[in-house]
Design a protein around this ligand. Structure first.
Ligand code: GLC
Length: 541
């Protein structure tokens, strides 16, 4: 059994992502809040997670669901107060649950006092230099400085009243900081200490690969922004530049002022070969790996992803992370129900014809995939609601959508709201127990069928499965080793230290169950056979 109090607890932790607005509403104003988190601490304890990651809860105009931060050292009044944050932290600590918070260093909100100051101060001012202001092209500077797109729309430049343009890799309400500015660096260090001193265990670092940029002119022509377009030598002007690690080296000295040191996990869309840099012990210490999330449901594909990421983890002397769902992607219970040929990213991004989803198959595969993930060495990140087997809400009313991807594409790209609908806690209560009224992203009628209270006493429910797995994992997991075992065709089988193993049947035929005692399985077994789309954990008799 692993010692959960050790300083490197994060190496094999299970962390549960809370998207605060949609988790639980404690004060009945329609928006999820810290009071709601406090109410649900017994739920999180019984689920058996080691830590929670709170997506942004800071003051924000919510142009990007809170990833537009107006004040890094406060709580949005609609979500709570700093006192409530402290109370939440203390109660979670009593329940044995650590807290990591999201930090968004690439950009602030346009409501941030520094940006407001920059707008007021005018061109050439010191205040403007904390962000990235440039003159436009054309006779009157009426054209943006270059043709770079933003992630959320056609251009990453927006013009202000006096004619200058500022850079935003995301929405116009999210101006990018100038990370060459010492005040920007110093202010983030202050923010790290602010939360570290309050007792958080660490940070999830948003868009960690983008902070430092080379904006020297003439501007580089870009092949694209996605990982496959990034050079391997760090020469892209916007992403994954070597200098970004100087920032994290400084942060590491701050993290190490604490005992145990604070932890951090990078959201870094860097080329795989360069990902270990973000996970080194002299930097952030851990990085997300989204490879499992995009892998097709095939034994070979999963094995390749697992082997590769264990190698990368070893190269960085960190542990690997694993993710199947988060607030930016289609929930995995739905993803696995799409035909194999459906491009999930294209589906998320299109408002066209919805593909047919085989919900039963999706859930069955999702349960098997989660179970496989939780058997792997390393740290797993769960996203709120996946423990209920929640599907994506693909048919949200168009007028309810809030994602800047939807708004800025003029309604041609649907965006990410379908995985951010408030959770169903109680099938017969208003707002399905989330709180009433639900102020954003309406819950569909069928949500009640997935409510926590429907699942708690049902041993076959997805919630019961997650609780079983997390409890077993606490007893079983020891060390980092994984040994591949001879698998039946279309299956993946590996052993972990301590004489237990995991087997997943990816094929559409039953296969033989290995000898030993079945600890649990993601679906019903068929005598001594393992049905398709099912995982079992087995221990030697
Ligand atoms: C990250 C977040 C995403 C957000 C973006 C801009 O990718 O996960 O939700 O929109 O950063 O902050």
């Amino acid at each position: 059994m692993t010692d959960r109090s050790r300083a490197d607890w994060w190496r094999d932790a299970v962390t549960y992502q809370i998207y605060p607005r949609s988790f639980a509403d404690g004060n009945g104003d329609g928006m999820g809040d810290l009071a709601g988190v406090i109410d649900r601490i017994p739920y999180l304890r019984d689920l058996g997670v080691d830590a929670v990651w709170l997506s942004p809860f800071y003051p924000s105009a919510l142009a990007d669901g809170g990833y537009d931060v107006a004040d890094y050292r406060d709580v949005d009044p609609r979500i709570g107060t700093l006192e409530q944050f402290d109370e939440m932290l203390a109660l979670l600590r009593e329940a044995g649950i650590r807290v990591i918070v999201d930090i968004v260093p690439n950009h602030s909100s346009d409501q941030h006092e520094w940006f407001q100051e920059a707008l007021a101060a005018g061109r050439g001012s010191a205040a403007r230099d904390r962000y990235i202001f440039r003159e436009g092209r054309g006779a009157d500077g009426e054209l943006p400085p270059n043709d770079w797109p933003s992630h959320f729309g056609p251009t990453c430049w927006t013009r202000v009243a006096d004619g200058q343009w500022y850079l935003h890799l995301f929405a116009p309400e999210q101006p990018d900081f100038n990370w060459d500015h010492p005040e920007v660096r110093a202010d983030f260090v202050r923010t790290l200490r602010f939360w570290g001193d309050r007792g958080v265990a660490g940070f999830r670092v948003d868009v960690a690969h983008a902070l430092v940029k080379d904006l020297s002119e003439p501007y580089a022509r870009l092949a694209g922004y996605s990982v496959e377009h990034l050079p391997l030598d760090g020469s892209h002007p916007l992403f994954d530049r070597d200098e970004v690690h100087d920032v994290y080296a400084e942060w590491r000295t701050v993290f190490n002022e604490y005992d145990p040191p604070l932890v951090a996990v990078a959201e870094s869309w860097a080329p795989t070969e360069r990902r270990p840099r973000y996970a080194r012990a002299d930097g952030l210490g851990q990085t997300f790996n989204f490879d499992l999330l995009v892998a097709p449901w095939k034994a070979k594909a999963f094995r390749t992803v697992i082997e590769h990421n264990l190698e990368l983890a070893a190269a960085s002397e960190s542990s690997s992370t694993w993710v199947l769902s988060n607030h930016d992607v289609v929930r995995h219970a739905t993803r696995y129900g799409l035909g194999d040929e459906v491009d999930l990213v294209a589906w998320l991004m299109s408002d066209g014809t919805e593909p047919v989803v085989d919900a039963a198959r999706g859930l069955q595969r999702a349960r098997a995939a989660t179970m496989l993930m939780l058997a792997l060495p390393g740290a797993s990140y769960l996203y709120q609601g996946e423990e209920l087997g929640l599907p994506e809400v693909a048919d949200l009313p168009r007028e309810a959508l809030q994602d800047p991807i939807w708004l800025r594409s003029g309604g041609t790209e649907k965006g990410r709201d379908g995985c951010r609908v408030p959770l169903p806690w109680a099938s017969d209560e208003p707002g399905f127990g989330f709180g009433a009224p639900v102020g954003h992203l309406p819950q569909p009628e069928w949500f009640g069928g997935f409510a926590v209270d429907r699942q708690l006493d049902d041993p076959d429910s997805t919630l019961a499965l997650y609780r079983r797995l997390l409890a077993l994992r606490r007893d079983l997991v020891a060390g980092d080793e994984l040994t591949w075992l001879r698998s039946p065709a279309g299956a993946l089988r590996f052993a972990r230290a301590g004489g237990w193993e995991s087997i997943t049947n990816f094929s559409n035929r039953r296969c033989a169950l290995p000898a030993g005692r079945v600890l649990t399985s993601s679906g019903p077994l068929d005598g001594d056979r393992l049905p398709p789309d099912t995982t079992a954990w087995i221990i030697a008799d």
